[in-house]
Design a protein around this ligand. Structure first.
Ligand code: ADP
Length: 306
């Protein structure tokens, strides 16, 4: 199974012809609520590919929290360790998008930040029996680190996505990551290098691997990704499909979720092959609008991916 320890966020999206100024009230023309949060997004993609999944997370004891848990169940994700708290509201992202597609966003992490190491101890049975444990940085870093340590001590493969990135990441995040997967801007924040090409991404990956990970992957949007491993220590560029991108929001989460699926269920594949397939799946996700709503299901994907 794949266990994700991570975030759930309710996206509150208003479309308006322009963004309001300070103190101003304007009319928008459309509103919708979406399910987001990097932890849940990645878990949903892994589940839609056929992984048995469990999300260890915390939402509020409120309607957004109830709806989120219902959404996880609809995606066949185990919610046994989806905790609900009275002490904070479910995480939200309030988003305003104008006609040019520009946006302003306020994220309130809320209950996500209350997921703690005691909650992890409650979920030790599921974490220690997983094939892959995946976490990010939208929850308290101490909780993510605790999850990595718990998985490592049980021999569970660890996949870490340092997003959103923090410049002075605790060095243990590197040593506890079997697979460390970030995007260009996260690689820049973590290394101080400028990352705009596969060659740059290779340099950043070398620097990150020097900090103690077994495998480093840097994603490059339409450029695919670059991989580096202790066994193949020369950076390798893996291009992706050329597609017409409609909405790239959440592409990185689709990619990471797909990678978790392959690491857990197709461990005999080469890393390069897993990344080709993850590229393919993420490229499908950018061809439809929305985040989770754009993630493909196994039944809709070509058979050669499985
Ligand atoms: P993030 O969403 O974190 O910014 P990226 O933009 O690097 O992450 O995208 C992650 C992955 O999604 C890429 O490695 C690639 O496989 C796929 N992807 C993203 N944008 C495109 C695109 N325009 N065309 C094809 N694939 C894409």
């Amino acid at each position: 199974a794949v266990v994700v320890v991570g975030s759930c966020m309710t996206d509150l999206v208003s479309l308006a012809h322009r963004l309001p100024k300070t103190g101003e009230t304007i009319h928008g023309h459309k509103f919708f609520i979406g399910f987001g949060g990097k932890g849940a997004n990645q878990c949903v993609q892994a589940a839609r590919l056929g992984a048995k999944t469990s999300l260890v997370c915390k939402v509020g004891k409120d309607s957004f929290g109830n709806n989120y848990i219902e959404n996880l169940k609809q995606n066949d994700i185990s919610t046994e360790f989806a905790y609900q708290t009275k002490d904070a509201a479910t995480g939200t992202a309030s988003i305003i998008v104008n006609n040019e597609g520009q946006n302003i966003i306020v994220i309130v992490a809320g209950a996500n930040l209350l997921l703690n190491t005691e909650d992890l101890r409650g979920a030790v049975s599921v974490i220690s029996r997983a094939r892959v444990m995946l976490c990010q940085l939208e929850i308290s870093p101490a909780t993510s680190l605790g999850a990595l340590a718990m998985a490592r001590s049980s021999g569970v493969k660890t996949l870490f996505n340092p997003a959103p990135a923090i410049a002075d990441l605790d060095p243990q995040f590197y040593t506890l990551s079997d697979v460390f997967c970030c995007n260009e801007s996260e690689a820049e924040i973590l290394t101080g290098l400028t990352v705009g090409s596969p060659a740059d991404a290779g340099k950043a990956a070398l620097m990150l691997m020097g900090r103690g990970c077994q495998v480093v992957i840097v994603t490059l949007g339409a450029g695919g990704c670059v991989m580096l491993s202790q066994t193949e220590p020369t950076p390798k560029h893996i291009p992706t499909e050329t597609v017409k991108a409609v909405d790239t929001t959440g592409a990185g989460d689709s990619f990471v979720g797909a990678l978790a699926f392959y690491l857990a269920y197709y461990p005999h594949l080469s890393l390069e092959e897993m990344l080709k397939r993850s590229n393919f799946i993420a490229a499908v996700s950018v061809q439809a609008a929305g985040t989770q709503s754009s993630y493909p299901y196994r039944k809709d994907l070509p058979i050669h991916l499985f």
